[in-house]
Design a protein around this ligand. Structure first.
Ligand code: GNR
Ligand code: NI
Length: 172
């Protein structure tokens, strides 16, 4: 297992569409392990492969809180197969947009079909934080960030803040 570097906006790779994974092999399983390790270390509740510069459709999620035992989810080629008409607003953050948060409205419930780490097709139904996180991660695979749901003005303010923060980090 290895920690990977997380890409920060405006890295162009965060705006690209990812390729489907063709075969679930040991390389893909190693990638998913690295992604989980990187996500837990960050710490975050989800991570998509393009956030570490791998342009493949793979995500990991663990929304269990600190007191519970870990509940890692590894998903390959995830697809939203249905979503509720009801929507809810969550304050979202993103490891690729450090220290910035915004209220984002999304469907409350979703159904997701994916391949597990053994290449077996699975389906889950999710609501609450898990549903939000699934949509946030699957968006990453299509080059979509939560800031894309904001006005251009708010999006540019967030980009400028992140760039300023990154400069102070580099000179520290
Ligand atoms: O760690 C994360 N927290 C979070 C909070 C609300 C909605 C979505 C997320 S995902 C984010 C990690 C991340 O950037 N995943 O791509
Ligand atoms: Ni994110």
């Amino acid at each position: 297992m290895a920690l990977r570097d997380i890409l920060i906006i405006p890295d162009p790779r965060l705006k690209q569409e990812c390729e489907p994974v063709a075969v679930v092999d040991d390389g893909v399983r190693a990638l998913l392990d690295d992604m989980l390790e990187t996500m837990y270390a960050a710490p975050g509740i989800g991570l998509a492969a393009p956030q570490i510069g791998v342009m493949q459709r793979a995500i990991v999620i663990d929304v269990a809180d600190d007191k519970e035992k870990p509940q890692p989810l590894k998903m390959i080629n995830p697809e939203i197969i249905w979503e509720s008409e009801d929507v809810a607003t969550y304050q979202e953050g993103c490891l690729s947009i450090p220290d910035q948060y915004a209220d984002i409205e999304r469907p409350v419930e979703v159904g997701v079909r994916y391949l597990d780490e053994n290449g077996k097709e699975q389906e889950i139904e999710a609501d609450g934080l898990l549903a939000t996180c699934l949509q946030h991660e699957i968006d990453h695979l299509d080059g979509i960030l939560f800031t894309d749901y904001l006005s251009a003005l708010k999006r540019n303010m967030i980009l400028k803040k992140v760039q300023k923060l990154q400069k102070t980090k580099q000179s520290a």
